[in-house]
Write a protein that binds this ligand. Structure first.
Ligand code: GDP
Ligand code: MG
Length: 157
């Protein structure tokens, strides 16, 4: 699981693994290290990695951190879930990260998070521009479409 700080990766991690092991907060970059958890779905178990490590308020570090996370995702994972905040505008770092992940050739899924209500669906559609075919609008906080995301990811494991 990769994505910019504050998009909801840790919230999704906690929901998928059923634990509180990943720290959630309003402060971007609150996840300092990678955290591993297990997800069970449809009789299968997968290891989920929550990535992070960016220093809060240090904008200069954002590009290199994105590269680092992408590299970890590409090297370790059987499948990659890129998480974005569907309530924000699509930004250059999202495009950059998507480009790197698409180049890896690994199964790639885009979880457009924070789509808490149907009214926000249109915002999620903007993220089609990232060129990631498998797009799922979710709400990690409310649990919307999490089953669909798991169905799609586990299908390639
Ligand atoms: P991370 O930095 O990507 O790990 O993001 P976090 O999981 O720490 O979440 C950052 C903030 O977004 C927190 O305040 C979360 O409560 C909030 N958040 C996460 N998922 C959702 C969601 O589905 N809907 C809404 N409205 N907020 C969310
Ligand atoms: Mg986090």
């Amino acid at each position: 699981m990769v994505g910019r700080p504050n998009v909801g990766k840790s919230t999704l991690f906690n929901r998928l693994t059923g634990t509180r092991r990943s720290i959630v907060g309003d402060e971007p970059g609150i996840t300092r290290d990678r955290i591993y958890g297990e997800v069970e779905w449809d009789g299968k178990t997968a290891r989920l990695v929550d990535t992070g490590g960016i220093v809060p308020d240090d904008e200069a570090l954002i590009p290199s951190e994105i590269y680092r996370q992408a590299k970890v995702g590409i090297e370790e994972a059987q499948a990659i879930v890129m998480v974005v905040d569907g309530r924000t505008e699509l930004a250059a770092p999202d495009l950059e990260l998507a480009r790197i992940l698409l180049r890896s050739g690994k199964p790639l899924f885009l979880a457009v998070n924070k789509i808490d209500t149907e009214a926000l669906d249109a915002g999620a559609e903007n993220f089609r521009q990232l060129g990631i075919h498998n797009l799922i609008a979710i709400s990690a906080e409310h649990g919307h479409n999490i089953g669909d995301l798991l169905d799609e990811v586990f299908a390639v494991l």
